[in-house]
Design a protein around this ligand. Structure first.
Ligand SMILES: *Cc1c(COP(=O)(O)O)cnc(C)c1O
Length: 390
């Protein structure tokens, strides 16, 4: 097929040419005397992306799921009470991991398309006077539904109640794309992966850890070995790793962080917001509904779009791929067949966003959805032209 694949799933995302080149290097000795000279500044810059000065950020060879496991096993003990809410497939998978690891997890069932149920969290935490709840989990950006939740609001609740539970945040599809302030929001464990906002291949689980979480680790007895924070901590201090680091990916990470910092994090966030809004304007022009139930939850990294009754969204996704070489995200779990997703995170510019809308319009029409060709593209064009940054 001539041309190229248009990758608009919410991760893996496009790898910028600069990052790809930075990874095209021979393998090297990870114990050579000057290796720390490149590693130590990388940790400092990575902390900027997480919004932490006080905490540590660890780089594990794994995917985001490994980051979840590292965060949990390093800080909790079997039977510890955990509060979480299920409003999408990634919430579900993290909850399932906690259950398998032997935690006493309370999962609040929420309608998919909504975000963190703040009132319920407040009620449950307020009733927990004995502070039996050790962990509060929040999926910052639910990639299945296109919903972003307010982490700061959860921190306010914990502070207001003086509840000492650790705050765990899944930021796999938000960190490096939308605002994330680990220290300011009092996030104790922040999990990211390499193949979304960091614009890299899959293969790194990146975990931000507060001093409070490191201290909690001293008495946490869940089994862990490969993901032991203390091993990482000791070696990272000198610029080393406890086992062979994913050096090639770390070269890519260096370059992707260079790109994020050159653009400026506030500009990166503004760009994601602008593209998210352009896609939403396009969807509104088609007359289709978003899965996200309220504007306060709209995600700037992924938009989940409902197809009309009688249309199978999986067919739209397959058709877009087979006919137009456009990769859209499928509906997951209970949303299978009902929604499709456009990922708009990472290395993107205006015309790329418009290409996704144009291809989606054709695929929708081919699959019998009565939208007006060009309507979504035009709405996005109008918005993008009128909001070009100065
Ligand atoms: C992609 C994703 C994950 C899973 O990460 P993997 O790298 O696939 O293990 C977890 N949480 C969210 C919110 C995600 O988007």
């Amino acid at each position: 097929m001539p041309g190229r694949n248009f990758l608009f799933i919410p991760g893996p995302t496009n790898i910028p040419e600069r990052v790809r080149r930075a990874m095209n290097v021979p393998l090297e000795d990870h114990r050579r005397i000057d290796y720390p000279q490149s590693v130590l500044p990388l940790f400092e810059d990575l902390k900027k992306v997480f919004g932490t000065q006080d905490g540590k950020v660890f780089i594990f060879p794994s995917s985001g799921t490994g980051g979840w496991e590292a965060a949990i096993t390093n800080t909790l003990s079997p039977g510890d009470r955990v509060l979480h809410a299920r409003y999408g497939q990634f919430c579900h998978l993290w909850a399932e991991m906690c259950r398998r690891l032997g935690l006493d997890i309370e999962v609040l069932e929420c309608e998919w398309g909504t975000g963190i149920p703040l009132d319920q969290y407040r009620e449950i935490l307020a009733a927990d006077r004995a502070h039996a709840i050790k962990a509060v989990l929040v999926t910052h950006n639910e990639t299945a539904t296109g919903v972003t939740s307010d982490i700061q609001a959860v921190r306010h609740i914990l502070d207001e109640l003086r509840h000492p539970a650790l705050l765990y945040v899944d930021g796999v599809s938000s960190i490096g794309c939308i605002e994330f302030k680990m220290d300011q929001w009092g996030v104790d464990l922040a999990v990211a992966g390499s193949q979304k906002g960091f614009m890299l291949p899959t293969g790194l689980g990146i975990v931000g850890v507060s001093q409070k979480a490191l201290a909690a680790g001293k008495t946490a007895t869940l089994r862990r070995a490969y993901f032991e924070f203390q091993d990482m901590l000791k070696m990272n201090e000198g610029g080393w790793f406890p086992y062979t680091p994913a050096m090639t990916l770390i070269h890519g990470l260096r370059e992707s962080i260079n790109m994020l910092l050159e653009e400026g994090l506030p500009n990166v966030y503004a760009r994601h917001h602008r593209f998210g809004e352009a896609v939403r304007r396009g969807v509104a022009a088609w007359g289709l509904a978003l899965c996200a139930k309220h504007p306060r939850w709209y995600s700037d990294t992924v938009t989940t779009i409902c197809v009309p009754d009688g249309v199978d969204s999986a067919k739209v996704v397959n058709h877009a791929y087979q006919r137009y070489n456009l990769s859209l995200g499928a509906g997951l779990a209970q949303l299978a067949g009902k929604v499709f997703r456009i990922g708009h995170l990472g290395d993107l510019n205006e015309i790329m966003v418009l290409s996704a809308l144009a291809g989606t319009e054709m695929a929708l029409r081919d699959c019998g959805v009565e939208i007006t060709l060009g309507s979504g593209v035009a709405a996005a064009q109008v918005f993008l032209r009128s909001t070009f940054p100065a």
